[in-house]
Design a binder for this molecule. Structure first.
Ligand code: OAD
Length: 258
């Protein structure tokens, strides 16, 4: 199939891409921070991104945590406050409609904000953990957090320090989630790659797995990325506008999106 250059509206996609979008039954979506940008949650890279303001070595590595757990928890508390105030946007809602309507839909996310579940998705593979959970540094016991943490740092009932249940730089991703996401990528007939710079592995390998397995790979991003070099189509623009448009293009009515 011939590849299309970046376009800004699904209606500008080549007919063959549109046909394959409409025929898709087994869909996998890979999302990154860009899907939550329109909810007011900042992305990581770029001049306005989190890593331009904060030092990831102090805040998002096991070494940073061990040297100053209070600083790390204070930063996660700030992020929890920001995320708690935010609401799912139309990109999240479109992905929830996809799960509700398609024969098979798996959502793989690098985001830790929990917004996909809030929007209604239940088949969510969280590759980098979830900011609404914490984990005992001694025995790995995981507990849910129902709002921004109050006591910093939090301790487990066993007396050990708790850490956010997220994946930091230099850490392994959870094995079960990696397997589920690889299987979904290898078996889908459409992969949507939404709002990720696709520079962090192994998540960035998933669209390549999908492509090599014969899936149609459609990227939605505010700007071109490495994925654009091999995707079948790249749509440039806000995910909150483009995903509902793609959904209509796939032949589905918007049922509960406002
Ligand atoms: P990035 O911040 O690297 O990339 C966000 C992408 O979203 C960029 O390509 C933006 O162009 C795009 N974007 C921004 N607003 C958008 C919008 N409204 N609609 C569509 N696209 C938009 O975030 P991730 O790729 O998610 O890991 O980063 C991957 C991982 O690196 C994160 O999970 C995190 C980070 O460091 C860890 O903390 C381990």
């Amino acid at each position: 199939m011939s590849r299309s250059g970046p376009v800004t509206a699904p209606s500008a996609l080549p007919g063959e891409v549109i046909r394959r979008l409409r025929e898709a039954e087994t869909v996998c979506a890979l999302t990154g921070a860009g899907v939550s940008a329109e909810s007011g949650i900042p992305t990581f890279r770029g001049s306005e991104g989190i890593w331009a303001k904060y030092d990831f070595r102090r805040l998002a590595t096991p070494e940073g945590f061990m040297s100053d757990p209070c600083l790390v928890w204070e930063w996660y508390q700030l992020r929890q406050v920001e995320i708690a105030k935010a609401a799912p946007n139309r990109a999240h809602l479109a992905l929830a409609e996809m799960e509700a309507s398609l024969p098979s839909f798996t959502l793989v996310t690098q985001n830790i904000d929990g917004m996909h579940r809030r929007a209604g998705n239940s088949r969510v593979v969280e590759l980098h953990g979830n900011i609404w959970r914490m984990r005992c540094t001694r025995d790995g016991t995981v507990s849910d957090i129902d709002g921004p943490v109050r006591d910093i740092p939090p301790f487990c009932a066993c007396g050990s320090l708790m850490r956010p249940d997220v994946v930091w730089f230099g850490e392994q991703l959870p094995r079960a989630e990696v397997e589920r996401s690889s299987e979904a990528a290898a078996s889908c007939d459409l992969m949507l790659v939404v709002g990720t710079s696709a520079v962090v592995y192994p998540a960035a390998a998933l669209p390549i797995i999908a492509k090599n397995s014969g899936a149609l790979v459609v990227e939605v991003n505010a700007e071109p990325t490495d994925v654009s070099t091999y995707s079948d189509a790249t749509l440039i623009g806000p995910a909150g506008t483009l995903l509902p448009e793609i959904w209509r293009m796939m032949g589905y009515p918007e049922r509960f999106m406002k």
